[in-house]
Design a protein around this ligand. Structure first.
Ligand code: SAM
Length: 232
């Protein structure tokens, strides 16, 4: 077994009796330390902003949180017409405090049910938010993302991936065990990481019909966080 697997197994064992937290409850309980905790992905936030084509005028950020990716995106595109969707009101308030002078519309809603519209955006971004969801729910979401993009539009995703099938399976089965234990309904969102392998993530995005779906790469210091690009 590889090191990543053994580390995950150890961590799951240490935390096995901890109750699951709701998705928004998890982030709201940690709102004051959130940005500090995410500082390790500064390079990825900057990279995502650099990958947006220069012609982008409108953007949807799903799971935008407090907008750490938008901090960099707005440096490059200060007039970008932007919609940010997030479940957490407190995260959106933090984002609003930083960027209320921008052309920014904030929606406190579940991105699975949010009406993204058709051919509305030049770009959609998702940073560290989709690793909480199953492949089945992601495939439905990727189709919505595809539909809301204009022809030639770009989807950028930067997220955790499982570095082996064993890790994907272990996290998934432990999530299921904890959900059953805590009596969580199937449609309720909890904060528990169930990343897919890179291959499964790319294949799930492909089902939406994008003309190009590719791994852009990893940063040298982090082989768990993949940058993915899809073009409509
Ligand atoms: C780790 S944070 C990432 C936030 C931001 N993208 C960043 O990188 O700083 C994940 C965010 O996704 C949001 N989120 C998770 N599931 C969601 C859903 N179904 N609909 C809307 N937001 C969701 C959470 O509330 C949280 O703010």
């Amino acid at each position: 077994m590889d090191r990543d697997y053994l580390e995950l197994k150890k961590w799951l064992e240490e935390t096995k009796d901890e109750p699951l937290e709701t998705m928004s409850g998890f982030f709201e309980a940690r709102i004051d330390s959130y940005e500090e905790h995410m500082a390790r992905w500064q390079g990825h936030y900057k990279w995502m902003a650099e990958l947006l084509p220069a012609s982008v005028e409108s953007l949807l950020d799903i799971g935008c949180g407090s907008g750490l990716e938008l901090d960099y995106i707005f440096k490059r595109f200060p007039n970008l017409q932007t919609v940010g969707v997030d479940l957490s009101k407190k995260m959106l308030q933090k984002l609003y405090t930083k960027h209320h002078d921008k052309n920014l519309s904030l929606v406190c809603e579940d991105y699975f049910t949010y009406d993204m519209g058709k051919e509305r955006f030049d770009a959609v971004v998702a940073f560290q938010t989709l690793h909480h969801y199953t492949i089945e729910s992601k495939e439905i979401l990727f189709k919505k993302i595809f539909d809301c993009l204009k022809q030639g539009g770009v989807y950028l995703e930067c997220d955790y991936i499982a570095t082996s099938q064993e890790i994907e399976d272990l996290a998934f089965s432990e999530c299921r065990r904890r959900r059953l234990r805590d009596g969580i309904k199937d449609d309720a969102f909890v904060h528990f990481d169930i990343p897919l392998t890179l291959e499964h993530e790319l294949n799930a995005i492909r089902t939406a019909g994008f003309s190009i779906v590719e791994l852009v790469g990893f940063l040298p210091e982090d082989n768990h966080t993949a940058m993915i690009r899809a073009i409509k």
